[in-house]
Design a protein around this ligand. Sequence first.
Ligand code: FAD
Length: 661
Amino acid sequence: MSSNGDSLNSNIPEGPLADKWANFKDKAKLINPVNKRKFSVIVVGSGLAGGSAAATLSELGYQVKCFCYQDSPRRAHSIAAQGGINAAKNYQNDGDSVWRLFYDTIKGGDFRSREANVHRLAEVSVNIIDQCVAQGVPFAREYGGLLANRSFGGAQVSRTFYARGQTGQQLLIGCYQALEKEIAAGGVEMFTRTEMLDLVVVDGHAKGIIVRNLQTGEITRHAADAVIMATGGYGNVFYLSTNAMGCNVMASFQAHKRGAYFANPCYTQIHPTCIPVSGDYQSKLTLMSESLRNDGRIWVPKTKEDAEAIRDGKKTAADIAEDDRDYYLERKYPSFGNLAPRDIASRSAKEACDDGRGVAKSGLGVFLDFSDAIERLGEDTIRARYGNLFQMYEKISGENPYALPMKIYPAVHYTMGGLWVDYNLMSNLKGLHVLGEANFSDHGANRLGASALMQGLADGYFVIPATLPAYMASETPGSVKTDAPEFDEAEKAVRERIDKLMSIQGERTVDSFHRELGMLVWDKCGMERTDEGLREALEKIPKIREEFWTNVRIPGAANGLNMELEKAGRVADFIDFAELLCTDALDRAESCGGHFRAEYQFTDEDPEVKSGFTNPGEAKRLDEEFAYVAAWEYGGEGKLPKLHKEELEYEAVELSVRSYK
Ligand SMILES: Cc1cc2nc3c(=O)[nH]c(=O)nc-3n(C[C@H](O)[C@H](O)[C@H](O)COP(=O)(O)OP(=O)(O)OC[C@H]3O[C@@H](n4cnc5c(N)ncnc54)[C@H](O)[C@@H]3O)c2cc1C
């Protein structure tokens, strides 16, 4: 096993990259079936990552308790996933391979992810599809019965498996059925409408959680031999995002406060194809799946005058002649065209709108146009491929996308940062394992489309069942009970925090704080960040926190259903977390993937631009200084966190300037 960085041991197995996972499994510790039954595991989260882990661990014999805040595991945010899931099956015979999926993911992440984890992900991807097909997931098929594929950004092959525009839902139904089977068999005890409010750490090991029943307000303690968190991403720190309204950072941030390092919080993904913001009091944004970029062409008018005429309703897209349109992705990135990766496509849309050529009323919108595809393939084919997405667009925007191009604009969508984990998906806190979007592990500075579902299911179905024994084998089952003093202390802290929130009775709603915070973070730490803007945000966030804790108003009581109280706890953590996000963004004085620092971009003076290899304005990495994972240790409220670095060592891949030209 090799050690990386100061106090961080990434536990990467020995051997050549392609053999590491096999080597690990050959030599990994095992727990025999009789002993497995003696071990208990808490799984917080029942989305694709948590649900698959809970079902699989129970199937293996562990006693599992699974928690989620929705009324059913089937309502986890994973259900929203539309476009698809990647796997290196090479069913299209178009040159795909495990290596290619690995390489695309490393390059897509702008060379900021851990090679060994990504290679394992690519290897396991093929098993995921088999597992899901065996569960009955209705993936789209070709006429002859083989599974169909489409293309997603950052790849030149078709490796994305899909179930119309409802891939997440269908995968989650498969996963949920596996979970329900184990619940019925008594292997999983399921706690719905139950929110984890704190992690209990005993002698440096995660041994339990404190939860609140969201319907009764009851606070309870749960102990286990290991804790797995699969609690999703933190995109809602920006207030407006494509995430479900409930998505929050509370579980991860509470674990962070208990000692778990938070890695790369500044890596957030802005998705290029979302329905533009339409008004001040919107609370949610809608994704139009990346799959639409298979057939849709993105453009804006070449001139500001035409764009202005469209914004003013004096012209429509149809009035703009072909020669007067700028298909800017096809122009700038001829090899990948409209399937350039998300970070690049998003920034290009912003650039076109900043140039005054946006077509939505607000100026922040570009066209996604299907007219060529409809002419080539017919409306029926387009309807069969994307019907539900077109219907959703029409319902929200009131425009018929078969007749008029869609208007889209980038929006916050996914978070690549998360709790730091080693190769075994264990955090620096022993026993605390983190899966799915909640960990930082596989996507570097930018996630490729259709890779989140792949990672969540890889983590839950295949990785954690193999890696958990590495921790469990040295533990005594049931060694910590809920009467330990650490549980007393954690429960007391939870109760005090709720009492404090309820006692403020100020004048502002929880949402008003969330909105203020989100707008600030979007403005200063969104698609483009600067040293000056980040410092400004870091000055303002403590003021928001101060006002929140003196002026928030939470009606109702704590001993029953109280959604304002639920939200207040989540927003309180978002405020503290926003500080960490901006601190990380300020510290990372380079641009990479979704982290675009305006000061670090290619210019006409750079040899890579002069040679035509890349374009001016592209993100400029500084590998010598920043080829590391930034893992932050909590420093206390309002105090600076401490940075730990996991140096990224690339054995198989050469760090290079990313180009999709
Ligand atoms: C609109 C949209 C479309 C997408 N489409 C795709 C796609 O096509 N392909 C793709 O690969 N990815 C897609 N993604 C990304 C992908 O859906 C997510 O990254 C992934 O589903 C996250 O899964 P997860 O299991 O990690 O977390 P989630 O599905 O978010 O599950 C989190 C779970 O944790 C629980 N939880 C959280 N906090 C607590 C707490 N404090 N106490 C108790 N329980 C808690 C929740 O109840 C829930 O059960 C999309 C995302 C969005 C927003």
